[in-house]
Design a protein. Structure first.
Lengths: 118, 108
């Protein structure tokens, strides 16, 4: 069965960075893309970026394009989200999601809580 | 950036009722719209993709429609487990860019 398993919760100081991992299993990693979405407390879902599992091509939301990097390692079927220059407003649950062939987010990771506080 | 606007923000309903949630795109997104259900402490769940296609294992009481800039999600014969926040989402361009609506909270 398709599964996406994310790294655990992280606590960071403002100005630092965080890297969240998302390990995929149960499907051919290079045949699908992965997207990253976050939800801050009291807010809705916010799309952050997308990476092709086939060739590593990326697309970022304009809001994050200067401080986010999404990468993937096909040898371990793992995607990564790195967010830099953290502020308390980056406190959120971060999700990865598999993108199916119709471009829909059909399977999701369990979420990773990132807390930013001094 | 394409902005997705959902109405209403909150809806209070009773089991057995039928409810329609609306989503408007700021520009033409063809039929590239999906709907998700999100409950506290859980990952979002894909309900509808390509405007009207039900995802795997989604009950027939969930249906979607629309194209261009106007989209709706209809839930018939509401059940108590249908509470949560519902989001519409669009994608466009290549490589793809996505955006979510702000959500409609369904109180059963």
């Amino acid at each position: 069965q398709v599964q996406l398993v994310q790294s655990g919760a992280a606590v960071r100081r403002p100005g630092t960075s965080v890297k969240v991992s998302c390990k995929s299993s149960g499907y051919t990693f290079t045949s699908h893309s992965v997207s990253w979405v976050r939800q801050a407390p009291g807010h809705g879902l916010e799309w952050m970026g997308w990476i092709s599992g086939y060739n590593g091509q990326v697309s970022y939301a304009q809001k994050f394009h200067d401080r986010v990097t999404i990468t993937s390692d096909a040898s371990t079927a793992t995607s990564y989200l790195e967010l830099r220059s953290l502020t308390p407003d980056d406190t959120a649950v971060y999700y990865c999601a598999r993108v199916n062939l119709t471009m829909a987010f059909d399977f999701w990771g369990q979420g990773s809580l990132v807390s930013v506080s001094s | 950036e394409i902005v997705m606007t959902q109405t209403p923000a909150t809806l209070s309903v009773s089991p057995g009722e039928t409810v329609t949630l609306s989503c408007r795109a700021s520009q033409n997104v063809r039929s590239d719209v999906a709907w998700f259900q999100h409950k506290p402490g859980q990952a979002p769940r894909l309900l509808i993709y390509h405007s009207s296609m039900r995802a795997s294992d989604i009950p027939e009481r969930f249906s979607g429609s629309g194209s261009g800039t106007e989209f709706t999600l209809t839930i018939s014969s509401l059940q108590s487990e249908d509470f949560g926040v519902y989001y519409c989402q669009q994608f466009n361009n290549w490589p793809p860019e996505y955006s979510f609506g702000q959500g409609t909270k369904l109180d059963i």
